[in-house]
Every structure is written in structure tokens, then in C-alpha cells.
Write a protein that binds this ligand. Structure first.
Ligand SMILES: NC(=O)c1ccc[n+]([C@@H]2O[C@H](COP(=O)([O-])OP(=O)(O)OC[C@H]3O[C@@H](n4cnc5c(N)ncnc54)[C@H](OP(=O)(O)O)[C@@H]3O)[C@@H](O)[C@H]2O)c1
Length: 228
């Protein structure tokens, strides 16, 4: 019988779908597949099974995101586990990136995580339990050289900074961590990538189900801490 509710953003495909499927195997967790296209979310939820349910969640527009989260909370109750997985990768540099593409990268990859944390942490605090896993990237790591296109690297570095600071601002049994899934075979990662979505999902699932004495405010790959 599920006692915890997990919300995974961008869970209709790719790594997010694998994270949702991995969490759904835990008997005590009911999973909500966040998808901006509800029909795609429903077909992923059907495939995953275990009582998984799709919810409409478009991170591209702040006002509608807030309305959709209110709907989720009133229909399903408090979210105990949040996986900020949805992401976009815009291929352009400083002088050729469109303003709208840069802004979209910041919104989807970082600001939506900020909004979702602020909307969901109060319920977690009330219940005395919360796990937040932010799906970041080695391309958002200063230590690894901020690789990849500008909008992506800047937005993932900002997500990392948000993770680090947010973990310090919450108290009680709420853990906020970031992870890099490695190079994963998805629409974003491409066909030549090294890892399956299931392999890419593993560390996020682990962070989403950490025990009470688990870490917070850290960055991981393959369940091991890495430098920001
Ligand atoms: N693949 C890799 O090698 C790799 C490496 C490092 C980090 N990552 C990170 O891992 C995460 C998942 O990546 P992936 O490889 O699974 O990518 P993907 O296959 O391209 O999937 C991206 C997911 O994000 C969703 N999304 C995009 N914009 C959205 C929006 N405005 N609102 C709601 N959902 C939105 C997509 O939904 P739609 O289907 O509606 O577009 C899709 O479900 C991302 O944060 C990515 O940066 C991936």
C-alpha cells in the first residue's frame, strides 16, 4: 500500500520515464508521471503500471505550472518525493542563441525546479519527510569545465547552485541533491550514448528514496559524490 507520493517531471520519455518506472517498483510509492502532453504521460503511465498516474505539467509557463501543481495537490495530496528531471538542450553559443531559447533553458532546467520546490516543500515540511532529486549534468559542473552549449551549461550550473543553497535553507527530514545521469541514449543524448535510460535513472532513484541519515546538498554520479 503506497504511503508516499512521487512526482517526476518530464516522465513521458527518456530518463524521466525510467526514473518513474524505477520508483513505481517500490511498493510504498505511488508515482505521478508529469508530462506537458497528458496523452503521452498517460501512455507512459500505462506502460509503467503499478498504479502510476499521469498528470499534466508544463514547465514552460510559470502561471500554468502553478495552476497545474494546485490541481495535483488537490487531487492527489502532498507530494513527498520530487524529481526535477525535465530538461531542454539548446544548441547555440553566446552570440547566436535566441533570447527565447536562452530564457526557455533557464525556465525549464532551473526556474521550474525553483517553483516546484517552493510549491511542494511546505507539504513535505508538514509531514516531516521530503526527498528532492534534481537531474543535472556534468556540463553544469565548473569542476568538469561547463561543457556543452551555453544555455544548457548555464542553466544546469544554476540548478546545481540552487540545489546547494536550497538544501541549506530547509530544515528537518528534507533532502535536496543533484545528480548527473552520464551520457544516456535518449532523444537528448542521441543514439551513440553509452548508457541506457535505466542506467541513467539509477542515481536519481537512489536519491529520491534516501534513508533519513542520507546526504543532502550534494552532487552525485553513479551514487558517488562529485565536485560542483
Ligand atoms: N541524455 C543524456 O545524455 C543526459 C546527460 C546529462 C543530463 N541529462 C538530463 O537528464 C534529463 C532528462 O533528459 P533525457 O535525456 O531523458 O531527455 P529527453 O529524452 O529529451 O526528455 C526530456 C523530457 O523533458 C520534457 N520537457 C521538455 N520541456 C518541457 C516542458 N516545457 N515542460 C515539461 N516537460 C518538458 C520532455 O517532454 P516532451 O516529450 O513533451 O518534449 C521529456 O519528457 C534532462 O534534465 C537532461 O538535461 C541527460
Amino acid at each position: 500500500m503506497p504511503t508516499k507520493l512521487a512526482l517526476v517531471t518530464g516522465a513521458n520519455r527518456g530518463i524521466g520515464k525510467a526514473i518513474a518506472a524505477g520508483l513505481a517498483k517500490h511498493e510504498d510509492i505511488k508515482v505521478l508521471v508529469g508530462s506537458r502532453d497528458l496523452a503521452k504521460g498517460e501512455s507512459a503511465a500505462l506502460e509503467i503500471g503499478h498504479g502510476t498516474t499521469a498528470v499534466a505539467l508544463d514547465l514552460g509557463d510559470r502561471a500554468s505550472l502553478k495552476r497545474q501543481v494546485e490541481d495535483i495537490l488537490s487531487t492527489h495530496g502532498t507530494v513527498d518525493i520530487l524529481v526535477n528531471n525535465a530538461g531542454v538542450l539548446e544548441e547555440a553559443g553566446l552570440m547566436d542563441v535566441e533570447d527565447s531559447a536562452f530564457e526557455k533553458s533557464l525556465r525549464v532546467n532551473m526556474l521550474a525546479a525553483f517553483d516546484l520546490m517552493r510549491l511542494l516543500i511546505p507539504g513535505m515540511a508538514e509531514r516531516g519527510y521530503g526527498r528532492i532529486a534534481n537531474v543535472s549534468s556534468g556540463w553544469g559542473s565548473f569542476s568538469e569545465g561547463l561543457g556543452g552549449p551555453l544555455s544548457y551549461a548555464v542553466s544546469k550550473a544554476a540548478l546545481n547552485a540552487l540545489t546547494f543553497k536550497a538544501a541549506k535553507d530547509v530544515s528537518g527530514n528534507i533532502k535536496i541533491n543533484a545528480m548527473c545521469p552520464g551520457w544516456v541514449k535518449t532523444d537528448m543524448g542521441g543514439a551513440n550514448a553509452e548508457r541506457t535510460p535505466g542506467e541513467g535513472a539509477d542515481t536519481a532513484i537512489w536519491l529520491a528514496t534516501l534513508p533519513d541519515d542520507g546526504p543532502t546538498g550534494k552532487f552525485f554520479r553513479d551514487r558517488k559524490p562529485i565536485r560542483w
